[in-house]
Design a protein around this ligand. Structure first.
Ligand code: SF4
Length: 428
């Protein structure tokens, strides 16, 4: 992996969003609300397909190269009195953050940041560097894999072919309007395809990407408004599982609530699918709230379950999920239901530097892995304003975080058989 030969400079933006670098300050990173200077090993070239965001009402923070002192940049170093804004990188899929962008909110009326991950970024030797590592070699969502003209042509053709299938029509919007990589891969007949089913959920996650209360930030996509029939689901899944390379179909998408609330329909669909093909992997992404529903689906033929989890500590899990009628023990019981049926289980572990790698969280995470024995940890960045997330958890760090690279090394040493990645695996 390429690393810079020196600490990159801080980058900032003017009020028009023009981004500049300032060599008078080194870039900084934020972890659990504390500021750190990244080392070259913490930095990679900004991955292709990533985006740069300007953070309104937030001043950037950097470190003085000589003394290593953390400093707030309140005005442009090039135009006296000109206001500045912090900058962050929203990295392309398969990359996990080591540090968040270092900023301080100075405007009490600053807008809430939308539901993305805000990774630290700097400038050096003519390029941007992000504080991250590639967590999965799989290229299924790399931006270079997507040709918009081909996508549009193939999507239009399938929308006509399946004009009476509401689920295909819904995925058409996900593909052409939201640019969902999973929906695109469905219309391109390859890899992992989405099967959203549930308009409702039994949690009220603070950072829910499909439903946000009025006055909060906007949800990233609208929720599906109907429950597809088992026949509509099978009509999408069977041809994909039969034809696609490394075929996976996944219930539980960003454009829906909780699929376990539609377990009867999904179980019927899985039985229909497996009557027609034994190919590929049938996966379900879920908050794993209902162990009995999970047992029903495992019995019906579900191959893998991906459990979304912000923390292995009950208090932080409940402060984020705001669950209705379930708790972390139910989640663990759901994992047990899959493992008893010898099925595959992933944890979709929301990475938040400073929280994930806090010693208390590492201890709780290790205990959950020891007792529940998941097969894979997906290292996905939590798409939420870090300051808002820490407030939501009432997060008061009692110790310095381990550091995400140290955390990764300790996980690999403690659980050598545990797979680490980013995507749902094809189980052949
Ligand atoms: S479990 Fe999923 S759909 Fe439900 S509130 Fe949380 S993020 Fe939203």
């Amino acid at each position: 992996m390429i690393h810079p030969d020196a600490i990159p400079s801080l980058v900032f933006a003017d009020l028009k969003g023009n981004i500049a670098d300032f060599s008078g300050l080194n870039m900084a990173g934020m972890s659990g609300g504390q500021f750190f200077q990244p080392t070259p090993e913490d930095l990679i070239p900004l991955p292709e397909g990533s985006e740069l965001f300007v953070l309104p009402g937030r001043f950037p923070i950097g470190f003085t190269p000589d003394t290593g002192e953390a400093l707030l940049l309140e005005e442009s170093p090039f135009h006296r009195g000109a206001p500045v804004q912090a900058v962050a990188a929203f990295m392309s899929p398969a990359h996990t953050a080591i540090f968040n962008s270092a900023y301080q909110t100075h405007d009490a009326h600053a807008p809430r940041l939308p539901l993305f991950a805000y990774t630290a970024v700097g400038w050096h030797q003519g390029r941007f560097w992000a504080s991250a590592f590639r967590s999965d070699p799989d290229k299924r969502q790399d931006s270079c894999q997507f040709d918009q003209a081909v996508i549009r042509r193939k999507t239009k053709k399938k929308l006509k072919e399946f004009s009476d299938n509401r689920l295909v029509q819904h995925l058409g919007k996900c593909c052409l309007t939201y640019g969902c990589p999973a929906a695109r891969n469905y219309f391109l007949d390859r890899w992992e395809a989405p099967l959203p089913t549930s308009p409702v959920c039994n949690a009220r996650c603070v950072g829910c990407i499909s439903l946000q209360p009025a006055g909060s930030c906007s949800a990233s996509q609208d929720r599906i408004q109907f429950v597809p029939t088992a026949q509509e689901i099978a009509a999408v899944a069977v041809p994909h599982l039969q034809r696609a390379e490394h075929a996976i179909v996944s219930f539980g998408q960003g454009c829906e609530g909780e699929p376990l609330l539609q377990a009867q329909t999904i179980a019927q669909a899985i039985r229909l699918i497996r009557k027609k093909t034994s190919s590929g992997t049938i996966n379900l992404n879920s908050n794993a709230s209902l162990p009995q529903a999970v047992a029903l689906l495992a019995e019906a033929g579900l191959d893998s379950l991906r459990v979304s989890l912000n923390s292995a500590q009950e208090i932080y899990h409940s402060r984020y999920y705001r669950p209705v009628g379930f708790n972390l023990e139910d989640v663990k019981e759901s994992i047990g239901a899959m493992k008893r049926d010898h099925r595959f289980v992933s944890l979709n572990y929301f990475i938040q530097p400073g929280v994930t790698d806090s010693p208390e969280e590492f201890a709780a995470f290790s205990e959950l892995v020891e007792t529940c024995r998941p097969d894979l940890i997906q290292l996905r960045n939590l798409n939420m304003d870090p300051e808002w997330y820490l407030q939501t958890l009432h997060f008061q760090p009692s110790q310095k975080p381990l550091g995400m690279r140290t955390w990764l090394r300790k996980v690999q040493q403690k659980f050598p058989a545990l797979r680490l990645g980013y995507f749902n695996p094809f189980l052949d």
